[in-house]
Design a protein around this ligand. Structure first.
Ligand SMILES: Nc1ncnc2c1ncn2[C@@H]1O[C@H](COP(=O)(O)OP(=O)(O)OP(=O)(O)O)[C@@H](O)[C@H]1O
Ligand SMILES: [Mg+2]
Length: 244
């Protein structure tokens, strides 16, 4: 894949004008006091989060803790009940979301290939003449990820992109993706259930539980300075820690 890494992330962070922000907006995305309620459940309590440019921020936490909700808020599929989300210094509103969305790539779990298009149309290399149904799960996922990357999104949102892949395919896609992110200085928000994967990709790990961010930092921070017992319980519940 050929992309000029200098194309992006070289712009100086802009300071938004006249919309009440006073702090330096160096992050690409800034959530300020954002909350979201579905009919009967508060999926996201008032949350603040900065997604830094050219870094991979990993969201991790138990099922139902609000990870996908946070991604859907950023891409504007749902709107917050309170708070604001700024993208590159502009507050996301219903009137600008369509424009901003073109600057964001979004890969959902299981990939999102159009079933009637061949992989060439969906974008790939050697598997181009096959329809998605003729590709393995790993091949489909690879096509989805490469398609998203080739659109040069300023922000890449990946919702458990490597879940449900066999360990060898997963390891090779992890390595490939990590190299691409570094080369492109890609700003990525990556959701995973897997702590080893979080540690492998994450410049910053954001651990969520029950609609709250409970701790943010490196794996070492979480392990050595847990903010509450849940952090240690979550870490200890994951296997394979000897490798980390
Ligand atoms: N459309 C919806 N209507 C009602 N409740 C919802 C809706 N979408 C999500 N929820 C609820 O909001 C909470 C957060 O859901 P969310 O999908 O963000 O979790 P998640 O962290 O992505 O979980 P998983 O790891 O299983 O994907 C859950 O309790 C979920 O049941
Ligand atoms: Mg989810």
């Amino acid at each position: 894949m050929k992309r000029d890494p200098r194309r992006r992330n070289t712009r100086r962070p802009r300071r938004p004008e006249g919309d009440g922000y006073t702090e330096e907006m160096s992050a690409l995305v800034q959530l300020i006091d954002v909350s979201k309620r579905y009919e009967d459940a508060l999926a996201l309590h008032s949350t603040n989060l900065a997604i830094e440019r050219a870094k991979t921020t990993v969201l991790i936490g138990p099922s139902g803790c609000g990870k996908s909700t946070l991604l859907r808020l950023i891409i504007g599929l749902i709107t917050p009940d309170s708070g604001t989300i700024a993208f590159d210094g502009s507050q996301i509103t219903p009137s600008n979301i369509d424009t901003l969305r073109r600057r964001i790539g979004y890969v959902i779990q299981e990939g999102s290939l159009f079933p009637h298009l061949t992989a060439r149309a969906n974008v790939s290399e050697n598997l181009v003449s096959r329809y998605p149904i003729e590709l393995s799960g790993g091949q489909r996922q690879r096509v989805s990820l490469m398609r998203a990357l080739m659109l040069s999104p300023e922000l890449l949102l990946l919702d458990e992109p490597l879940g449900a892949l066999d360990p060898l395919v997963r390891a090779s896609l992890q390595k490939e993706l990590k190299e691409i992110f570094a080369r492109l200085r890609q700003t990525t928000l990556f959701v995973t259930h897997d702590l080893a994967e979080a540690a492998y990709f994450g410049d910053e790990i954001v651990l969520m539980n029950e609609g709250h961010i409970v701790q943010q930092g490196s794996l070492a921070d979480l392990r050595e300075k847990p903010s509450r017992p849940f952090v240690s319980e979550f870490i200890n519940a994951q296997r394979g820690l000897a490798e980390l």
